[in-house]
Write a protein that binds this ligand. Structure first.
Ligand code: ZN
Ligand code: ZN
Length: 466
C-alpha cells in the first residue's frame, strides 16, 4: 500500500509518500496521522529535508529522497539497515493499541520512544518470569518510566539503565506493552520464540485487572467457523449440505450466466458459507419471506419446487430473480478495490443496499465530477454512511435521502467502492466521451495510490458509460 500527502505542492514542496510493503493489519490510521502532521508542518512553512526524523509509535522513522521527486519514509528493519517502508513501526503501534484495549487501560498519555531508557535488573535476562512496571512519577524525559524486573526469587543483581531499543531486542514480546499508562504492571513468561503464544497478568495502581485472569498474546484468532463442504448440484448451482444432516431445509444458490457459472465455484462460499454455518451451528431454519444480507446485497429467501430453499436477488428494473450473479460480481469488485489499495480483507465493511444513502442537490445524472464519502457510523442504523456530493467546496444544497440500491442503480460505477470503511472518500472525474475516468481515494486528505495493474488502476484507464 502507498499513501501520500496531497497538499505539500501548494508550498512548492515535495509530496510525502508512505509505503506499507506487506498487508497492513487492521488500520493505517497511525500512518495517516503522521502524514497529516508532516503536511501541516509544510503548510505551516517548514521545509522537510531527507534524513529528518519523525516518531511513528515508539520508533523513529526518517525521510528519504526518492527518484520520483516525492519524499519517502524509511524505517530501520535491522540495526543499521533502513528500508523505505513503515511496516514495523505501524505493526508495533497497532499491537500496542490492541494490548491497551484488551487489558482495558487507556493508552499512555505521555509518549514512549525507543531512544529512552528503562531501569532493568540484569538477572531478568536469565529469569523465566518477567515483571514490567510503569512508574507513576515522571523522573526525567530520557526515562520511559519502565522498570523491567526479574521474577525469580533470589538475590537480584543491581539495576541499571538500558536503552528501550535493547530491552525490545532482548524481550520482543515486551514491546506491545510499552504504551500502557503509568501505574500499570505486567507479569509474564517471555515466549521462547517470537510469535509464540504466552499469557500475561496485569494490574493497575496495585489492583489486579481482569479479576487477575491471564490474557493470551497474541490474541487468539476467533474460532474458525465450521464450514461444511458445499455441493455443486448442477451447472451453476450450489447447495448447503448441513441441512440434511440436522433435519433442516438446505439452501441453493444459482448463477444464471453460463460464463460466470464456470468460475463461480471459487466465490459461492461468500453466499453459502454463512448460511451453512447458521444451519449447522445455530439450527436456523430458512423459510420463504426472510431476507439475508450478502456483501452489500439483500437476498430474498424463497421456497423452491423441490422443497429446498432458493435465493433471489434484485435485477434491473427492480424485479427479483432466483440467482446470485450480481451479488457475486459486485462483491468480487469490492474485494478487488481493497486489493488494489494493498488493504487486507478485514477492511471490508459492507453496507446493506436497503440502508439509506444521502445525495445533495448539486448532484445530477450528468455531473462531470462526484465525491462519494463514507461518514462514520452515527446513531441512525438505517444510514449506510454513504453520501454523494459534487467535489466542489461550496454549499451542496439540500440533502436528500434514498435507498442505497436506488442510488447505485443511477450511478452503477459507485458499486465497487461500497465496502470501503468510514472516513474514506472517492472523488470521481467523469470526462465526456471515451476519456478515462479517474477514481481518487483519500482518507483524512491523504491519498491512497493504487497498485499498478490492479483492478482500480484498470478503472482509471476506462471511460464510464452513461
Ligand atoms: Zn533476579
Ligand atoms: Zn456540491
Amino acid at each position: 500500500m502507498r499513501i501520500r500527502t496531497t497538499r505539500c505542492a501548494e508550498k512548492g514542496h515535495a509530496e510525502i509518500v508512505a509505503t506499507i510493503a506487506g498487508l497492513p493489519a487492521t488500520s493505517v490510521e497511525p500512518v495517516l496521522v503522521l502524514l497529516r502532521a508532516m503536511e501541516m508542518a509544510v503548510l505551516g512553512g517548514s521545509w522537510l529535508e531527507p534524513r529528518r526524523e519523525f516518531p511513528l509509535g515508539i520508533r523513529l522513522v526518517r525521510l528519504v529522497a526518492r527518484d520520483d521527486e516525492m519524499l519517502g519514509i524509511e524505517e530501520q528493519t535491522e540495526p543499521g539497515q533502513w528500508a523505505e517502508q513503515v511496516d514495523r513501526a505501524l505493526a508495533e503501534t497497532l499491537e500496542q493499541i490492541s494490548a491497551c484495549r484488551r487489558v482495558g487501560l487507556p493508552m499512555s498519555e505521555d509518549r514512549v520512544y525507543e531512544f529512552q531508557v528503562a531501569t532493568v535488573q540484569p538477572c531478568a535476562l536469565e529469569s523465566e518470569v518477567l515483571v514490567m512496571e510503569r512508574e507513576s512519577d515522571v523522573e526525567n524525559a530520557a526515562h520511559s518510566g519502565w522498570r523491567v524486573l526479574c521474577g525469580t526469587q533470589h538475590h537480584h543483581e543491581e539495576e541499571s539503565f538500558v536503552n528501550l531499543s535493547d530491552v525490545i531486542a532482548a524481550w520482543p514480546a515486551a514491546k506491545q506493552f510499552l504504551m500502557l499508562p503509568r501505574g500499570a504492571d505486567v507479569i509474564f513468561q517471555p515466549p521462547s520464540a517470537p510469535g509464540m503464544p504466552f499469557f500475561a497478568e496485569f494490574s493497575y495502581q496495585g489492583q489486579a485487572l481482569n479479576s487477575g485472569d491471564l490474557i493470551q498474546f497474541p490474541e487468539p484468532d476467533e474460532i474458525p467457523w465450521v464450514r461444511g463442504a458445499l455441493l455443486q448440484v448442477d451447472a451453476g448451482q450450489w447447495q448447503t449440505g448441513a441441512g440434511r444432516l440436522v433435519g433442516l431445509p438446505d439452501v441453493v444458490a444459482k448463477v444464471s450466466d453460463p460464463v460466470a457459472a464456470e468460475a463461480a465455484g471459487h466465490w459461492i462460499g461468500w453466499v453459502l458459507d454463512d448460511i451453512q454455518q447458521r444451519i449447522s451451528q445455530d439450527g436456523f431454519r430458512y423459510t420463504a419471506g426472510q431476507t439475508i444480507h450478502c456483501g452489500a446485497r439483500t437476498l430474498r429467501v424463497i421456497e423452491r419446487f423441490d422443497g429446498t430453499i432458493g435465493l433471489e436477488e434484485r435485477i434491473a428494473g427492480g424485479s427479483w430473480s432466483e440467482q446470485v450473479d450480481n451479488t457475486l460480481r459486485e462483491q468480487w469488485q469490492q474485494r478487488q478495490i481493497l486489493k488494489s489499495l494493498g488493504a487486507p480483507e478485514e477492511w471490508l465493511q459492507f453496507p446493506a443496499d436497503d440502508q439509506t444513502a444521502m445525495f445533495s442537490e448539486c448532484v445530477t445524472e450528468t455531473s462531470p465530477a462526484l465525491r462519494w464519502t463514507r461518514l462514520p457510523q452515527v446513531d441512525d442504523a438505517q444510514f449506510s454512511g454513504w453520501r454523494l456530493t459534487c467535489p466542489q467546496d461550496h454549499d451542496h444544497g439540500a440533502e436528500r435521502v434514498c435507498a442505497l440500491w436506488g442510488l447505485t442503480e443511477l450511478f452503477p460505477f459507485l458499486i465497487p467502492f461500497l465496502a470501503l470503511p468510514p472516513l474514506i472518500s472517492v472523488t470521481i472525474d467523469i470526462p465526456d466521451g471515451d476519456a478515462a475516468a479517474r477514481f481518487d481515494i483519500q482518507m483524512h486528505g491523504v491519498e491512497f495510490l493504487p497498485e499498478q495493474g490492479s483492478y482500480l488502476d484498470g478503472l482509471n484507464r476506462t471511460a464510464i458509460q452513461r
